[in-house]
Design a protein around this ligand. Sequence first.
Ligand code: CTP
Length: 342
Amino acid sequence: MTIESSIWADGVFDCYHTGHANAFRQSSKLGERLFAGVHSDADVQLQKGAAPVMTEEERVLIVGACKWVDHVVGDAPWTTDLAVCEQHCGSNFYVAHGNDDSLSHDGSDPYEYVKKAGRLKHFERTKGVSTTDLVSRLLEHESNQQLSPEERSPYTGGNSFLLPSSLLAAFYDKCKPRKKGDSVVYIHGAFDILHPGHLDIIKEASRQYDHVIVGVWKDEVVTKHRGEPYPILSMQERSLMVLSLRGVDDVILGAPSSIDDKFLSMLDIDSVLAGPSMYGNFNPNENVSGNKLKILSIDSKFADFSYLTLTDRVLSRRHVYEERNRKKEARELASIKNKSVA
Ligand code: CTP
């Protein structure tokens, strides 16, 4: 009898982005079951010099909603511990990490023991997207302390995410094809940096309907309704992130923000599901017939969570994040320089 191999992929996974989703997608192909380890807020504070933007509870919820993750483990040790991996994964496991450098605050390698045991598998880090850059984009809008191009690291600096159709097709993995007679629901919005409020509505939609289609608004529409610097993530990034969530069956890339019954009948959609506080003053569903519009009513502690919650958190700790990002990029550049000298 062969024992199923498990994969352990750990990280901070703060402000869940396309790179994280693609990391889970690739890791899931390296074994039969994927365990995601999420580091604690205290460890992130110690190792990165600033608390994560999202709490461990929020990060665990979002990582657990990724369709490629089978189990999520909170409070995962910063330095990957073989005994902890074995406790969750069983004896036949490997650890997966992107092909970028990962350093602890004291300069040590958090994968030292995994490497010595010959259990590390690498996957391709997704270029052009990182939490560091995402936070920088929010900060740069409010600050004149921008890093010069020479100070930016190729790992975490400078957003330049591009979406090849092969990656889009790969993200369609595990989506349920629509069947004749399926009840079909539509949810739409900006989905700019996923948060637990988004998960609530998607979970509810997939509980109530057979087929869930999510419309991701064009960048210019998001800017029109929210102002600069939004969206923080491009329409391509936001679409992939949504497509990586369990319960989402299809995504309309660059969907219009105002919809009507004609739009719904063109796509054979039965109902639109909307959260009570999803859109602020703007009502994108005002031309949808009342019998087709369902307003979500669930009792969730994240009901008031919005993109502004995350913006407020970043801006209220602006100096801490500026310092952290500067140090992180400087550390990565130094490590690249050392490798090229050696
Ligand atoms: N990862 C990736 N592609 C990215 C960003 C992260 O493949 N663009 C992978 C990392 O290599 C790691 C996992 O996602 O295996 C978790 O990364 P995390 O600890 O969240 O990332 P950091 O690299 O610390 O943060 P950042 O997103 O700022 O790079």
